[in-house]
Design a protein around this ligand. Sequence first.
Ligand SMILES: C[S@@+](CC[C@H](N)C(=O)[O-])C[C@H]1O[C@@H](n2cnc3c(N)ncnc32)[C@H](O)[C@@H]1O
Length: 286
Amino acid sequence: MTSTKDQIEVSYDVSNEFFRLWLDERMHYTCAVWRDGDTLETAQENKSRILYDFAEVDKTKRVLDIGCGWGANLEYVAKRGAKAAHGVTLSTAQHEEIMARKLQGVKVWCMDYANFAPKEQGEELYDALISIEMIDHLCSPAQAQQGLAVQIYRAYFEKCATFVKPGDCFGFQAILRNRMPRNRKDLEDLRFTADVIFPGGLNPRLEELVTAVSPRWEIVELHTRREHYGKTTAEWLRRMKLHEKDIRATYGDQVFDDYDRYLSTCVRAFDAHWSSDVQMKLKRID
Ligand SMILES: C[S@@+](CC[C@H](N)C(=O)[O-])C[C@H]1O[C@@H](n2cnc3c(N)ncnc32)[C@H](O)[C@@H]1O
């Protein structure tokens, strides 16, 4: 069971205008990769560049982005060069935003990736895959407690393999759960983030992902990005606070206070090694 559509809409359908206030201009909602002198905008582009290269995309290739958010990465792929840049999201608001952008070569479906089959949508198989921090929605805390996490992640990697052809590559990124904090306030803040902001989801452990890619994918390259996510969430928080008055007036005190608590918790989580992030280059094994 993934996060349900209702749960996804809690996470992503507050309002596109709300997220536009504090994400970068293209609205990436995932860890950026920072080098000296980067802005959030250029750091987000670095992330997309790495995944484009991991997936071995070029202008002759058809790319599928699984869990494509507001289309920021699809926009990068379409502009840098691809024969087609297609995406799947479970959020109605994100789907509407991508449609409104009218990006050339970009097509998106609002549906569960698990029900997506290229042929049924009138599409050929893809040549490359990208999926950025979508797997964090696939296993609930209750399922992880029952020991089902690896099985659920393996089913995802198996399904992803059906979207492409032998030898194709996959630029994959996920938030990671590393260790639990020791005091009650920190535990409550993490639980709040999971229950209120991202209901139904759970960040995987790195070892679960490394186990679950097998037998369909070879890990060709792997980088953890803990400090990069700390910097990204700190910048989101800084930008959101600049709009505190507007957000309180338009969306209410609860929305501002909840997002302030969630983003502040993220900054601490990456700093204290409770959470991290991983990018992997995967190659289909046949
Ligand atoms: C954290 S957001 C990341 C969005 C985007 N990849 C980015 O980099 O900004 C997670 C995305 O996964 C999508 N998602 C979650 N579960 C899904 C599912 N079962 N099928 C399709 N999309 C899903 C959400 O709708 C959302 O777009």
